[in-house]
Design a protein around this ligand. Structure first.
Ligand code: NAD
Length: 245
């Protein structure tokens, strides 16, 4: 039996992660009914249904996404992993499975967390806009699979079939419970390895506060309608000001 999707029922794939959990908390505040789909469960929260499973597992996704109208896809292996097969399986094949299941169960909207690195070729970008082409030589395999993933999600946008998609591209994300960025910086500094400046010290890096990324994801979801110009498009997301390093 198929449950009719309600517009306030959403699922966060990767909802146990750093960004995913912040997103879940904000969605609850806004009155959404939230399911989390993740390979691990990292917390418990009243009102959240957890489905533990691998997004490459079609059957597990079919169960978890029943009755859901909006899917946020925020799952990925850690960028630092050098397991190419894992990136390929999760970011590319897994995303294909997610899209297939969304079509089969009648999900109406998919919002992908992509990455600003999809347009980064290793040379400086200032005021980069969304019309920049995808990197021809991505900086690593993680990014290569994020490019393929974004293309798959945006191509799946089909008003006739009733599936609308959009992608948000943050760069580095910081905020409470960040497991990577700030802890690694602090650890490196403690070990006395931050004594060197590359360039003249005027380099800028774009880091985005996690609440701003969450805000961008929810705005994208709520603006995604058949007549909306954002259908099938990707958007960079940032704070007002880049951070000086
Ligand atoms: P995270 O590692 O904290 O969270 C990712 C979650 O995905 C984890 O809970 C993990 O268990 C889950 N996951 C991994 N493989 C899975 C699978 N096969 N099936 C189901 N769940 C799986 O990472 P994050 O920082 O919260 O990143 C979230 C998203 O944002 C990712 O798509 C990442 O590419 C993107 N992103 C992050 C940053 C950043 O600075 N953190 C920057 C740009 C883009």
């Amino acid at each position: 039996t198929r449950i009719r999707p309600s517009s306030k029922r959403c699922a966060v794939i990767g909802g146990s992660g750093f960004l995913g959990r912040h997103l879940v908390e904000k969605l609850l505040d806004k009155g959404y009914t939230v399911s989390v789909f993740d390979i691990r469960q990292s917390y418990e929260l009243p009102g959240v249904t957890f489905h533990q499973g691998d997004l490459c597992d079609k059957q597990a996704l079919l169960t978890a996404l029943q009755g859901v109208s909006l899917v946020f896809h925020c799952a990925s292996p850690a960028p630092a992993s050098d397991d190419k097969a894992l990136f390929q399986r999760v970011n590319i094949q897994g995303t294909q499975t997610v899209l297939q299941v969304c079509t089969e169960v009648g999900v109406q909207k998919v919002v992908l967390t992509s990455s600003a690195s999809v347009v980064f070729e290793g040379t400086d970008i200032k005021d980069g806009r969304e019309d920049l082409p995808y990197a021809k030589k991505p900086i690593d395999y993680y990014t290569e699979t994020k490019i393929e993933q974004e293309k798959l999600v945006l191509k799946a946008c089909d008003k006739e079939k009733g599936l609308l998609t959009v992608a948000i591209r943050p760069h580095g994300i910081f905020g409470p419970r960040d497991p990577q960025l700030v802890p690694i910086l602090v650890d490196t500094a403690r070990r006395g390895k931050m004594k060197f400046i590359i360039g003249d010290g005027s380099n800028l890096v774009d880091f985005t506060f996690v609440d701003n990324v969450v805000h961008g994801l929810i705005l994208a979801a709520e603006s995604l309608r058949p007549e909306s110009p954002i259908c099938g498009k990707a958007y960079h997301i940032t704070n007002d000001e880049p951070v000086r390093f």
